[in-house]
Design a protein around this ligand. Sequence first.
Ligand SMILES: Cc1ncc(COP(=O)(O)O)c(C=O)c1O
Length: 360
Amino acid sequence: MSSPYLSVDLAVVRDRLAALRAALPDARVFYAVKANPSDAVVAALAEAGAGFDVASPGEVELALRHGADPAGLCYANPVRKPADVLSAAHAGVRFFVTDSSEDLAVLAVHAPGADVLVRLAVDEVGSATPFGGKFGCSRSEAAGLLRGAGTLGLRPAGLSFHVGSQQLRPAAYATAIEAAAQVTLDAGLARLPLLDVGGGFPVRYREPVPPLTRYTAEIRAAVRTHFPEHPPELAVEPGRFLVAEAGVLHAQVVRVSQRHDGRRWVYLDVGRYGGLAETEGEAIGYRVATPHDGGELAPAVLAGPTCDGDDVLYREMVLPRALRSGDSVRLLAAGAYTASYSSVAFNGLPPLAVRCMDSD
Ligand SMILES: Cc1ncc(COP(=O)(O)O)c(C=O)c1O
């Protein structure tokens, strides 16, 4: 396959799923399809019995095409049209996440009897890519929506939250679980059927991150403390954690230039628009492996190939001094939010190609 392309090892995806299941044995797993919607990834996870967090009718169709059980899908994106709700309900989706009375009314009409999870807005401090207030509602709104669901003929199935992706603070989950327990009381529910603690579990890019088991221990302890009588069933919506470390983005150096700003610019054949969208604000710092690793390092700006001034990945990196045009490089742990973010034709460049293989 010619550069650039993403290779994904399905054995690693299965291994990450097994690690998550071992750490939270009783939790439902809804894989967040948006992280990597490659057919082979979705098929492998469906075969392993995972459920799916879907964000659109397209993702519903994708998951079902690969054998997912519709009852194991959670339509977790609350920003959707009535027709989207209708088609998902017709396809057999039962779980819908909501965060507004407007959406709840749509669910009542187009997905009567559905299991509704109310998404609570929670503290995202510690997340590399927070949602910044786009989703979730306040505690009082959440309690009102849970009560309202019942009166509208829907099933108040539980609460969900997302502490922000690549969350480096395990305690973020505990704080959110405490808030969820408070909402349960405020809503007058004797027990909360399901608590969906979202995604956010981090992976190692340049810096080490706390191990998964610190997060799951925090979650379990918080559930014990705040739901002592009737612990809810747990669900998780991992995206990054399941697929990032399975992926390697193979790229090539197009050009190395000493520019008028006095700096060395290294241009790759992949950039912000070819799948590396999460380098915006340098939120995600991919590790870059080169044929000259171990040699002398020097400062560099790392940029993408397109005619856009924003197509710069990192402004202050150190890369081997010997890097030359034509060198192959690899961006590691790049399996999440890359192919799915790649533009279809910016500058005439094709979307990021994906090659899935199985090292097992
Ligand atoms: C609703 C929802 N759930 C889960 C995820 C997956 O999050 P992560 O990749 O941090 O696990 C996302 C990511 O955007 C999301 O929007």
